[in-house]
Design a binder for this molecule. Sequence first.
Ligand SMILES: Cc1ncc(COP(=O)(O)O)c(C=O)c1O
Length: 399
Amino acid sequence: MDFQLCSSVSSVLNFACISMSKIYCDNAAGTPVADEVADYMDKIQREIFGNPSSLHRFGQGALAVVEKSRRQVAITLGCSPGELYFTGSGSEANNLILRGSLKPGDHLITSAVEHASVYQTALELRKTGVAVSLLRPDSTGKISVEDVGAHIRPETKLISLMLVNNELGTLNSLKELAELAGEQNILLHSDAIQAYGKLPVDINNPKVDFLSISAHKIYGPKGTGAAFVRKGLKLEPFVYGGGQEGNLRAGTENVAGIGGFGVAAELICYGRKMLTNHLKQIMESFNKTLLDLKIAYHINGHSAIPGFVNITFPEISAETLMINLDLMGFAISAGSACSSGTLEPSRVLREIGMDSSEAEKTVRISFGKNNTVEDGIALARAIRKIIERITKQEVISNG
Ligand SMILES: Cc1ncc(COP(=O)(O)O)c(C=O)c1O
């Protein structure tokens, strides 16, 4: 039994190692875990095994990890620890906020380019009697504040708009949205999962009522997210059955994941300016090499995120490019990696007016702190090589 378990675990690890790309450029999908985070989590897993709800010192040790992390993450957002609720992912934080704040008869304003965890939740809520306005973006993926204003009705309870779009990197005007929501006495939620750790995120500037973040976008572990809920606002519980997370989410806490989230938050928020400069340099070298090599491309959206670009290569399909790059040791995303495994034309790209043939040639490249300027150059060169090879093959096969 032990032997079987070991061999199956090692085969998974072997697969991961064999298939691991050497140059990872898909940090918007998930970042590598920082060493400091991994070390701390390992220590927790081995040594701090008590249940945070237990009153003995083992339990209280685990509770101390959870509460320390709550303080670490809260500081980075400018909220008080009591306003922060840990969840099992960013998607869950979005679900918690939407499902917990809306009831039949309420009206929600959101957009057609939200992450699926907001978009699909809105569609489900619609079935239960919540009225939903799905606003359309402009050609960069941005939602117009005037359009939001025009859709407000007496029953409008919540505006939920992402801070930065996860496929395009385009930034919404949260300041104006917050002013509008404040004037009209409407609650405002922003999914800041893609922005957090890359851009300044402060719950009071602009003032939001709810905000969602996720650990695995900031060099923390997968499977841990958090929802900011402004003091005084009441949400319906998301998971019933225990008093954890202020009665909103029952279940024994993921102590190591939460602990890792705290360390990651501290690291990324203090190192953000340096990381921004580093990522800008990588992107410049990537863009310059594309131009030098005369590769045809165009950029979509208006990425506000350093090191992040949504880009169309008209000479090659995204799928072919991604697979060939993978074979050469580079990881990028064809479409949004969040709807994992699917190579369906992206809803977001369709919404900004792209036809399906262009969308099929569009990829997202997102550099991270482990990348170097040389990685940017090497990636552009690899793209050139693949395009050359594919176009030659096409010429040969067309006779
Ligand atoms: C904007 C946005 N919202 C939500 C999510 C989902 O977060 P998680 O993967 O933690 O569930 C993502 C993931 O990429 C995202 O980019």
